[in-house]
Every structure is written in structure tokens, then in C-alpha cells.
Design a protein. Structure first.
Length: 274
């Protein structure tokens, strides 16, 4: 396992947090920089071009291994990929989690105080959030279910407990997810966030009927995440503004599968202490 190895440069298309946090190495991958898919690949694998990091989307396992190796080289540590279930469990990374064949418990967030172990969450429309604090880093997978259930709050609480820091000293960065103009949801999402479905003036859950006139809303995951982070004392919050569904040539998007019929790959947001 790497031990504070020097990192290779991230691919120029990947997203890098715009924060002043020299104590960490962090980025979010895009579709660029891998070996999956391509015009010569089987038809069912063409939607995975090129840096698919997911093992359960029909990709050639050897391609996933190489793609993950490239991410590990760029982060300079060992990324621990989670068994994500849209929940709120936070895994504190230990050396055994990075061993070959390791099978950690399901979790949707991770924290690390070890420079050799990088937190990694995979997404393809859900919101990834990276955290940097004194002596600790974290990453959370925040789809609407996990966001409503408190995965961000649980991640910050775990970081504070592990490193003895307060919320004001923790920085958060919002990676790429489906944007508010595209994320159509139903009344169940409003109810999950404690909003009244009949009240149509919700700035972060905007009422917009669909083509059939059925009541639907557009959810702003970025805004919902910012509101929750601010409520627990975080002030240094950056990132956001992308839309994975609107930019299928740059980002993998689960919902875009309905457009071209090709299975989508998975991206990752990764962070480690230097």
C-alpha cells in the first residue's frame, strides 16, 4: 500500500476543488482519461468510455482495474471504494479496508486520518461532497435519499470526533451532480425534506408540472446540501454548478441511459491527506 506517495497530475479534464487546502489532494473524475468503451468495444460497453470506475455496470473487469489504478496514481494513496446503498453510514478508513479482497460494511461516506488511505465515493447524477479539516478528510455520496436522511451531517460529526475539530474549520466542496433544471422529482422527495407538497413556492424544490400536467418539482441538490451544511456550522463551502445529465459527453449520468439506451459508467470524487 502507498504511504504518502507523490501523486501524478490529475487528468486536465477532471474537476479540482477551488479551495485553499494545501494539506489535501483532491479531485473528481469525469469520463476522460481511461481505457473503457470506445467505438471498437461491444455495443453494450460503448457508454462506459472512457474512465468508468464501476464494477457492476457491465464493463470489462480489466478495464476497471486499470482505470482505478490511474485514479490511485493521481491521488497518491490507496482509494477505498465503498459499497454504497443510499444510506448514512460513515466508514472510518483503516489499513485493512485497502487490502485485496477487503469487504467493508455498506457505507455512503468515509473519513480518513491516514495519508495512505484516500476516501472515494462513486456517482453518476448523485452529489459527491468532499471535506477537508485539520488532520482529517472525508467524502460523502449524497443522492436525495442520503441527503435527506443526514449523510452530510453524519460525515461532519465523524470528522469532528476523529480529529477533535469544529465545523468552522472544515471545508466542503460540492462535485458534479444532476442540476436543478433537470432533476425532476415527485412529492415523496418534498416530504423527505420536510416540505409541504401543496406549497409550491419552494426555492430549492421548485414546482413545475410535467408535460401531462402532473405535479412535479425540480430539486436543487446543490442548494439543499449547502443549506444543511450551513445549518451545522460550515461556512467554507464551494463547488457546484455542473449538470451531469446536461453534459453527457463529459460526465456519466444514470438518467441519460434513458436517452441513448447505453449503460452509464461511474465517476469518483476522491480525497486524501498529504
Amino acid at each position: 500500500m502507498r504511504n504518502d506517495a507523490p501523486a501524478a497530475a490529475p487528468h486536465p479534464d477532471w474537476l479540482v476543488p477551488d479551495w485553499d487546502a494545501p494539506q489535501v489532494q483532491a479531485f473528481m473524475t469525469t469520463r476522460a482519461g481511461g481505457v473503457s468503451g470506445g467505438f471498437d468495444a461491444p455495443a453494450e460497453q460503448r457508454g462506459l468510455a472512457s474512465l468508468n470506475l464501476g464494477r457492476s455496470v457491465g464493463d470489462d473487469p480489466a478495464h476497471v482495474v486499470e482505470n482505478r489504478r490511474r485514479v490511485a496514481a493521481a491521488i497518491g494513496g490507496e482509494p477505498v471504494f465503498l459499497k454504497q446503498v443510499h444510506g448514512t453510514t460513515v466508514l472510518r478508513l483503516r489499513a485493512e479496508h485497502a487490502l485485496p479482497g477487503a469487504d467493508p460494511e455498506p457505507a455512503d461516506a468515509a473519513i480518513s486520518t491516514d495519508p495512505a488511505l484516500a476516501c472515494a465515493v462513486m456517482v453518476a447524477d448523485c452529489l459527491p461532497v468532499l471535506f477537508a479539516g485539520p488532520g482529517v478528510v472525508g467524502a460523502a455520496h449524497a443522492g436525495w435519499r442520503g441527503l435527506a436522511a443526514g449523510v452530510l451531517e453524519q460525515t461532519v460529526a465523524a470528522m469532528r470526533e476523529a480529529a477533535g475539530c469544529d465545523g468552522a474549520s472544515i471545508r466542503a466542496w460540492l462535485g458534479a451532480c444532476i442540476g436543478p433544471a433537470q432533476f425532476e422529482v415527485g412529492a415523496d422527495v418534498l416530504e423527505a425534506f420536510g416540505a409541504e407538497p401543496l406549497h409550491r413556492d419552494q426555492p430549492l424544490l421548485r414546482f413545475q408540472p410535467n408535460a401531462q400536467g402532473e405535479p412535479r418539482w425540480r430539486a436543487d441538490l446543490y442548494g439543499l446540501a449547502r443549506r444543511r451544511l450551513e445549518a451545522i456550522g460550515l461556512h467554507a463551502i464551494s463547488g457546484g454548478g455542473w449538470c451531469t445529465l446536461s453534459e453527457p459527453s463529459r460526465f456519466f449520468s444514470f438518467r441519460h441511459e434513458r436517452v441513448d439506451g447505453l449503460r452509464s459508467g461511474r465517476m469518483a470524487a476522491v480525497i486524501r491527506l498529504r
